[in-house]
Design a binder for this molecule. Sequence first.
Ligand SMILES: [Cu+2]
Length: 257
Amino acid sequence: MKHFWSFLFFLVPLFGVATFVFAPHFNIWLPRDVSEQGRTIDNLFMFILYLTGIVFIVTESVLFYFLWKYDGKSNKESVKFSHGSHALELVWTIIPAVTLLFIAIYQMQAWAADKIDAPAIPFTAEVTGRQFNWDFRYPGPDGELYTQDDIVRTDGKLYLPVNEQIMLKITSGDVLHSFFLPNLRVKQDVVPGMAQKMWFKGKKTGGFDIVCAELCGWGHYKMKGRVFFLPRDEYDAKLVELSAEQDKMTVQVPEEE
Ligand SMILES: [Cu+2]
């Protein structure tokens, strides 16, 4: 068949575009956003998706046109080599450079709000990534980390108050990890020897995924946890419950014979 290859290769971009068009309708698009700042991130994502989408459709159409026009079966002329055009090289270097610069400036505000302008509030909890678990430490009633009344949990469940600004301290016990809360649209690399801050506000009660977004070893897949957003009174009660549970913990020492 004439033009077989042009059509076959055209299926690839066609399928790619169709995926983006239909994915939201099949609920395989972005995870549900339950955060205050998520909309900004999603808008940025959509903006870049549309921008790159337009570029993709234009370039793929040009590619299809050339495949069609210079189909081997209909063009018997021998191939000629041309050195190209200096002006064209300039055009397709400058346009992407300016576009990327524009995106870099356009997203600055979102980046600053998410990563630079930390609110001056005490830590709600400390997150420690280790092979292969997320450990959580709450300051306890005195509001200070690393004191006698701290609550330490290693069950991968993080409890936080809803509709309140949260400040987490992120550290690593061993290797590189990445603390990712997809429903909150926040992610922070966890670097050994560094204590980093992460802040956000959850707007919905319920349990949401915590995942490690950095391949950190054989048990990487085990680093799936849950973050639970509770109303303030339930959160306070939960901390009291966790503290009481911790106080009851005992260690069985085998008796010497
Ligand atoms: Cu990991």
